[in-house]
Design a protein around this ligand. Structure first.
Ligand code: 5AD
Ligand code: SF4
Length: 439
C-alpha cells in the first residue's frame, strides 16, 4: 500500500470554519489523505479563510507567498484556498498567486474530492458557485471516527440581513437552512461517536427555518427534537440576531432541559442613530426589552454580545450610549471590534471616524466589558455548576471542562474521564477560568 498523502489545513475565523475544516478533512480522507500538523510534510495545504477582519485578503496573499519555497522543493505539493476569502476573490487568487492550485468557496466543499483529482492532473480547480444542494449531505459518507465530547453542527448558512458593515451576505450568500431530519441524524451520529454537547451553528442561526415533517421548523422546534436524542446532554447555538428571537425560542430557554443558559446575542451598538445607519432594524430599547424577556424565562442566563466601535458617524454621545447599554445588560462575555471597512459594503463609502478616537473608545469599552465579565465569573464562587470535562489540564491529575455558562473550570486531582458531566462546587476565580472540586 502506498503512504497516505498528508493534508495540512489552517483554519481562520469563526466556528463555522472549524466545522467546515473538519468536513473537508473527512472528504479528502476518502482520497487517501491524513491530516498533518505541519505544512512542511504536507502534500496538500488548504487555507480555510475568513473575510470578517480587516485586510483579510491581503493576509491570505502574504501567507500564500510563504509557501513559495516549499512548492519549489516539492512540485507535487497542492495549495488550496477555501472559505470566505476564496468566495470573495475567486479566480483573482490564482491570477495574483500562481502557486495556488485550487480555490473553493464555502458552498462547494462536497466537490473537493473531484477538484483535488483535477489538480493531480496538473490543472487548476475553481468552484465558488452557490449550488442548490446540501453540501453536508454530500459530505457525509465518512468513517465513524471517535470524537471528543463537544462538537459543532452547522444548521444554517448565509444571511439576508445586510448589516451595512458586514461581508457575510456577500461571501456566504443568501440564508439557507438544512432540513431538520438530516441535522437530527447527524446529531445521533455524533452522539454515537462520543459527543455529549452540540453547538448548532449558523451565521444567523435563530432565523433557522429548515424543512420538518409538518412544514418548516423553527430553531426552537429543532432544539426540542434534539432534546430527545438519547446520550446528548447539552445543546447550544450561535450566532443569533435580536430580530429573530422568536417567542418559542425564548420560552425554550426556560423549559428545555438540555438547552444551556448562555446566549450570544450581538447588538453592535447602543445608539439608535448608529443602529439605523448599520441597518440593524432594532433599537437599543427593543434589545433591552428582549433581554428582559429572555431573563424572565431563564433568570440565570449568561448573556454575550458583539460590538463595533468607531462605525462611520459615531459621535461621543453615540459611544456613550453603547457604554450605557453594556452597563445595563451586564455581559458575561462580549467581543468588541474597531470598525474597519469592507470594500463593497455600504458603510465603506461613509466618512470614517478618526482612528485614534476609535482606538480610545475600543479601550474604554473593553475595560468596561472586562470588569463585568470578571464580576460575573467571580460571582460563581461558592456555587455549584455542572461541568462537562473536555481534557486533562496542565497540572498532573487536573481536568478541565466547561460549566453550563461556558466558563472554563479546572478541577485538581479529579478522578473523572473526558466526557464526564459532573457537579462541581466553585472554590476560586482566576484570570480566565474557575477552579472547583467535585461534589
Ligand atoms: N468591522 C468591524 N467588526 C466587524 N464585524 C463584522 N464586520 C465588521 C467590520 N466591518 C464584527 C461584528 C460581528 C462579528 C462577528 O464581527 O461585531 O458580530
Ligand atoms: Fe453580518 Fe450578522 Fe448582520 Fe448577517 S446579521 S449581515 S452575518 S452582522
Amino acid at each position: 500500500m502506498s503512504e497516505p498523502k498528508k493534508l495540512f489545513i489552517k483554519t481562520y475565523g469563526c466556528q463555522m470554519n472549524v466545522y467546515d475544516s473538519e468536513r473537508m478533512a473527512e472528504a479528502l480522507g476518502g482520497q487517501g489523505y491524513v491530516e498533518t500538523k505541519s505544512p512542511d510534510d504536507a502534500d496538500m495545504i488548504l487555507l480555510n479563510t475568513c473575510h470578517i477582519r480587516e485586510k483579510a485578503a491581503e493576509k491570505v496573499y502574504s501567507e500564500l507567498g510563504r509557501f513559495k519555497g516549499l512548492k519549489a522543493e516539492k512540485p507535487d505539493l497542492k495549495i488550496g484556498v477555501a472559505g470566505c476569502v476564496a468566495q470573495a476573490e475567486g479566480q483573482e487568487i490564482m491570477r495574483r498567486q500562481p502557486l495556488v492550485d485550487l480555490v473553493v468557496g464555502p458552498q462547494s466543499y462536497h466537490r473537493l474530492p473531484e477538484m483535488e483529482a483535477k489538480t493531480r492532473t496538473g490543472e487548476k480547480a475553481l468552484d465558488t458557485d452557490f449550488p442548490e444542494e446540501d453540501k453536508f449531505e454530500k459530505l457525509k459518507n465518512r468513517p465513524k471516527a471517535k470524537r471528543g465530547p463537544t462538537a459543532f453542527l452547522t444548521v444554517q448558512e448565509g444571511c439576508d440581513k445586510f448589516c451595512a458593515f458586514c461581508v457575510v451576505p456577500y461571501t456566504r450568500g443568501a440564508e439557507v437552512s438544512r432540513p431538520a431530519d438530516r441535522i437530527i441524524r447527524e446529531a445521533q451520529d455524533l452522539v454515537e461517536r462520543g459527543v455529549r454537547e452540540i453547538t448548532l451553528l449558523g451565521q444567523n442561526v435563530n432565523a433557522y427555518h429548515g424543512a420538518g415533517p409538518n412544514g418548516d421548523m423553527t430553531l426552537a422546534g429543532l432544539i426540542w427534537e434534539l432534546n430527545k436524542v438519547d446520550g446528548l446532554e447539552r445543546i447550544r447555538f450561535t450566532t443569533s440576531h435580536p430580530n429573530d428571537m422568536t417567542d418559542d425560542l425564548i420560552e425554550a430557554h426556560g423549559t428545555c432541559d438540555k438547552l444551556m443558559p448562555y446566549l450570544h446575542l450581538p447588538v453592535q451598538s447602543g445608539s439608535d442613530h448608529i443602529l439605523k445607519r448599520m441597518n440593524r432594524s432594532h433599537t437599543a430599547e427593543s434589545y433591552l426589552r428582549l433581554i428582559e424577556r429572555i431573563r424572565a424565562a431563564r433568570p440565570d442566563i449568561l448573556m454575550s454580545g458583539d460590538f463595533i466601535v468607531g462605525f462611520p458617524e459615531e459621535s461621543d454621545a453615540d459611544f456613550q450610549a453603547t457604554l450605557d447599554l453594556v452597563d445595563e445588560v451586564q455581559y458575561g462575555y462580549a467581543y468588541s471590534f474597531k470598525y474597519s471597512t469592507r470594500p463593497g459594503t455600504p458603510a465603506a463609502e461613509r466618512p470614517q471616524v478618526d482612528p485614534q478616537v476609535a482606538d480610545e473608545r475600543l479601550q474604554r469599552l473593553q475595560a468596561l466589558i472586562t470588569r463585568d465579565q470578571r464580576k460575573i465569573q467571580d460571582s460563581m464562587v461558592g456555587r455549584n455548576v455542572h461541568v462537562l470535562f473536555e481534557k486533562p489540564g496542565r497540572q498532573q491529575g487536573q481536568m478541565v471542562g466547561k460549566s453550563e455558562y461556558l466558563h472554563a473550570v479546572h478541577v485538581a486531582d479529579a478522578d473523572v474521564a473526558v466526557g464526564a458531566l459532573r457537579e462541581v462546587r466553585i472554590t476560586s476565580s482566576g484570570a480566565n477560568s474557575l477552579a472547583g472540586e467535585l461534589v
